[in-house]
Design a protein around this ligand. Structure first.
Ligand SMILES: C[S@@+](CC[C@H](N)C(=O)[O-])C[C@H]1O[C@@H](n2cnc3c(N)ncnc32)[C@H](O)[C@@H]1O
Length: 341
């Protein structure tokens, strides 16, 4: 088709993306207010919601109806209700709650991403640690409530990938595993629930211990899952047949990534397996927009972290001595790279 015959381009997609933060911030404010948790008890009308959340009359109706139009609320008559998805995933009282991630996005990432252009020019992070402030993990771990919120957010974020790994990896060939940087223990719990023959450990900074142990106990797995305190830069990774790192490698620069992969190798016996999972970028770097944006998020959040393609990770694993490194898709934007020692 010649240029003169091409359909006229429209600006729709550009405008939708360019002003996408309107819808995003509307959802994030609803999470901040706790709107979906309140509606989990049943539908409420405009006046009741305005009163409970102290919404100004000028704003209330547009806010709620915008959430209806965005597919985040349902409206029957003059009453507003959760959708099946917002009821499952955005009610704070449910174990399936993933809003911790959105609460963090609202409180931290939203303002920090406002400085993206500066980050693009300087290559410098733009969060609490900007200009020599406290690092992200130090700031987070100094406040127990924030720590718990973050660790729970990780469980929500990684639940789909953890279930897919429990299902797709050949666990019957192994007896023990360790999840490195385990947070609340979302992955060990899913793997142990699906495979009663396995025993496992969650390895993380000591301050994470009580949050891990509570979650494991609540899932009835304290007999088979143990917390191992330590730092993966200062201490060896505990030995096991399978070593897992979920959303760990992308936090660190290339030298640190290589060090972590080498430490995983040292922790494994001959024939042991290493699983790394992240929002792995496609090798052509043109499809997985979430993975590429996650990498920009690492620019905002960390001194040297970046996301990577499957080919990148396979190459680093081979350099470390692993054989049979391969990439397997999990769910959504997430894939795992599995390698054998
Ligand atoms: C992005 S979270 C990933 C959590 C989880 N693996 C997942 O996929 O949801 C990173 C984790 O690494 C842990 N971490 C950070 N620095 C660490 C260190 N030096 N040693 C051990 N764990 C560390 C954090 O406490 C946190 O639990």
């Amino acid at each position: 088709m010649s240029a003169s015959q091409s359909p006229q381009p429209t600006p729709d997609a550009i405008m939708q993306l360019g002003l996408g933060f309107w819808g995003s911030k509307t959802l994030l404010s609803a999470c901040e207010l706790g709107l979906f948790s309140e509606l989990a008890a049943g539908p409420l009308g405009l006046e009741q919601l305005s009163e409970r959340f102290r919404l100004h009359p000028r704003a209330a109706r547009d806010f709620l109806d915008a959430l209806v139009a965005l597919g985040m609320l349902a409206r029957e008559g003059d009453r507003y209700a959760n959708t099946a998805a917002t009821d499952t995933f955005l009610d704070r009282a449910k174990p399936t709650y993933i809003g911790g991630m959105l609460e963090m996005a609202n409180a931290r990432l939203y303002p920090f991403w406002g400085s993206l252009t500066e980050a693009l020019r300087t290559g410098e992070l733009q969060n609490e640690a900007k200009g020599g402030g406290q690092s992200f993990f130090a700031a987070l771990y100094a406040d127990p409530a924030r720590l718990e919120g973050f660790l729970k957010a990780m469980t929500g974020l990684s639940l789909g990938a953890a279930r897919a790994i429990a299902e797709k990896f050949p666990w019957s060939k192994y007896r023990t595993f360790v999840d490195v940087g385990t947070a609340q223990g979302g992955l060990p719990v899913q793997v142990a629930l699906a495979h009663p023959h396995l025993t496992g450990a969650g390895f993380d900074l000591p301050v994470v211990g009580p949050v891990f142990e509570d979650y494991v106990r609540a899932n009835g797995l304290s007999e088979r899952l143990q917390f191992r305190p330590g730092s993966f830069f200062e201490d060896p990774i505990p030995g096991a047949d399978v070593v897992v790192m979920g959303h760990i490698l992308h936090d660190w620069d290339l030298e640190e990534k290589r060090l972590l992969i080498a430490k995983a190798y040292d922790a494994l016996p001959e024939g042991g397996a290493f699983i790394a999972f992240d929002a792995v970028i496609d090798d052509e770097r043109r499809e997985n927009a979430f993975g590429l944006l996650m990498s920009l998020n690492m620019l905002i959040e960390t001194p040297g972290g970046f996301d990577y393609t499957g080919a990148d990770c396979v190459a680093w694993m081979r350099e470390a001595g692993f054989r049979d490194a391969r990439v397997e898709h999990l769910v959504g934007p997430d894939s795992m790279i599995v390698a054998t020692k």
